[in-house]
Design a binder for this molecule. Structure first.
Ligand SMILES: NC(=O)c1ccc[n+]([C@@H]2O[C@H](COP(=O)([O-])OP(=O)(O)OC[C@H]3O[C@@H](n4cnc5c(N)ncnc54)[C@H](O)[C@@H]3O)[C@@H](O)[C@H]2O)c1
Length: 318
């Protein structure tokens, strides 16, 4: 009996140790206030984006929830206003799966909002299918939509004394690559529609986030704007909503036991957005509120430059 008890206590202690050392993650601690500043957070009706928006609202920022689902976004606006006591939390419609919607959002924003200090490109998905413009869903939403959004808002960001772009990437960028031939022929970085292909496409799109951040930093040198990308940790959110039943059965218990909550998932985003003195590290990648290395492809300047040029062409900018 006592042997069994010792084993149980041992297993429990090991679990707590592993959980806290591997999964609990770092916390961003800062009293910085954002009164008079404006932030956009894409995909902020749920998950990491919602807790990021809540934190910025608590610090006094004017926060725009850039979301595709009106009903869910308005519910999030209600929750965030109530919890933060900040009435300056607004919803503006943005569907990153439509380049027209991205342009409309930018036009509305530029017409109605005189300043922009923080652009948090947080929205993301793992999904097959195509965007309105015919691009693979992950490439179109996770990379191309945010690419166009950022470029359309860049002049407004440059008008602020110090402003930042934060791109939420993922550790899985390490499994990603960019095949420009596939992009030319299929408007996507994978062929095939299975959940395996959707997963591969997600990894590729997250590498695109890293490369975009790197090239953006080069092009922003000498301006008041800096940019960063990050892995938020392994977080229990709705990111797996498009998984098959079997995958969900495996994923859900794992996420309950080991994954961070969305508040934990927002910490590195907040660090990249608000940490003082980060400017010399513009273009770099962070995880657990600290600088981290990216994959070899993520450090490839020629690849980053080519992705930028191709993305400009695909968005009709060049
Ligand atoms: N959850 C994790 O473990 C994890 C790990 C690494 C990276 N990430 C990244 O974190 C970010 C946030 O994801 P999350 O985990 O909170 O997932 P989530 O699914 O809870 O939130 C994603 C948000 O993106 C929005 N979105 C999806 N498609 C959109 C579109 N076409 N237009 C506008 N908004 C759209 C969703 O509506 C949702 O609000 C993503 O970029 C994801 O890739 C998450």
């Amino acid at each position: 009996m006592s042997v069994l008890l010792s084993v149980l206590v041992g297993v429990l202690a090991a679990y707590i140790l592993i959980y806290y050392s591997l999964f609990k993650g770092a916390r961003f601690k800062s009293n910085v206030t954002l009164k008079g500043k404006t932030a956009i957070v894409t995909g902020s009706n749920t998950g990491i984006g919602k807790t990021t928006a809540l934190d910025l609202a608590k610090r006094g920022a004017r926060v725009i929830l850039a979301c595709r689902n009106k009903q869910k976004a308005e519910a999030a606006v209600y929750d965030i206003r109530k919890e933060s006591g900040n009435p300056e939390v607004l919803y503006m419609h943005l569907d990153l799966a439509s380049l027209k919607s991205v342009r409309d959002f930018a036009e509305n924003f530029l017409k109605s909002e005189p300043r922009l200090d923080l652009l948090i490109n947080n929205a993301g998905l793992i999904a097959s299918g195509r965007t309105e413009d015919g691009f693979g869903m992950a490439f179109g939403v996770n990379h191309l939509g945010h690419f166009l959004l950022t470029l359309l808002l860049l002049d407004r960001l440059k008008q602020a004394e110090h402003s930042r772009v934060v791109n939420v990437s993922a550790l899985l960028h390490r499994l990603g690559s960019v095949d420009f031939n596939l992009l030319n022929t299929h408007k996507d970085l994978v062929t095939g529609q299975s959940s395996w292909h959707a997963f591969r496409a997600y990894c590729h799109s997250k590498l695109c986030n890293v490369l975009f951040t790197r090239e953006l930093a080069n092009r922003l040198e000498g301006t008041s704007v800096t940019c960063y990308c990050l892995h938020p940790g392994v977080i229990a959110t709705e990111i797996g909503r498009n998984m098959g039943v079997l995958q969900k059965l495996l994923f859900l218990p794992m996420s309950k036991l080991f994954f961070l909550d969305p508040e934990g998932g927002a910490q590195t985003t907040l660090y990249c957005a608000l940490q003082e003195g980060l400017e010399p590290l513009s273009g770099r990648y962070f995880s657990s509120c600290a600088l981290q290395n990216v994959s070899a492809l993520g450090r490839d300047d020629a690849l980053a430059k080519k992705l930028w040029e191709v993305s400009e062409r695909l968005c009709g900018l060049s």
